[in-house]
Ligand binder design. Structure first.
Ligand code: NI
Ligand code: MN
Length: 216
């Protein structure tokens, strides 16, 4: 399986040629190729996460997996959807994913309530990945670490609306993953960080910081 960073909190997982998109806010990758997208996951309704999910679903036929209220919103906008609640597994041809709690807010760009925000744990090709969405540091991460034992975690580090670097380092310890991919930083001024601080602090706790460039 390959993980590609698409900027902000957007990622592509590629498993045997099937592409799975998470939080497809793709303004930083305007020429992104939409071929072979099988599934789209959206952690919450904010525009920098919902991104162009509806348009991508319409173009590709891939369903958007999201919390009930957000899935309903996407259905009304013309997308194919799979609605879920927290704790709900979705079994897919490439593996499975479960929605886990995130502590944040969730309303659509046009102001409609988006249900609760979430993160996702993915099981793909024997690897477990956790995408935290937008969230603060919270004790659910200890539970996620114990139950799912993620290998790789994607954590927001930009502060202001989410965890900052200091709290992301604590989250990485709670989650127990060996590799940590930072996200939700330096996209705009309010969430700018010195990424070398993240790199140093993650190394100090014996984990591997994977700082991905856009499209890496
Ligand atoms: Ni948000
Ligand atoms: Mn956000």
């Amino acid at each position: 399986m390959e993980i590609k960073y698409l900027g902000h909190s957007a990622f592509e997982f590629n498993t045997n040629g099937k592409k799975i998109l998470i939080d497809p806010f793709l303004v930083l990758v305007p020429n992104y190729n939409l071929n072979n997208i099988y599934d789209i996951f959206v952690t919450h309704a904010h525009g920098d996460h919902l991104g162009s999910a509806v348009e991508i679903s319409q173009k590709t036929g891939a369903p958007i997996t999201a919390i009930y209220e957000l899935a309903n919103y996407c259905t009304k906008k013309g997308a194919k959807t799979a609605d879920i609640g927290l704790g709900s597994w979705r079994d897919c041809s490439w593996g499975r994913a479960i929605a886990v709690p995130a502590f944040h807010s969730s309303s659509t760009p046009d102001g409609i309530y988006g249900g609760c925000p979430c993160g996702f744990v993915f099981e793909i090709e024997g690897q477990t990945l956790y995408h935290a969405g937008d969230t603060c540091l919270n004790s659910e991460m200890k539970v996620i670490g114990e139950i799912y034992q993620p290998d790789i975690v994607m954590l927001p580090i930009g502060g202001k609306y989410t965890m900052d670097i200091e709290h992301a380092v604590i989250a990485a310890e709670l989650l127990g993953a060996s590799e940590v991919i930072p996200m939700h930083y330096n996209t705009f001024d309010a969430i700018s960080v010195d990424i070398s601080d993240f790199e140093r602090q993650i190394r100090e706790i014996g984990k591997i910081p994977r700082i991905l460039k856009i499209e890496e």
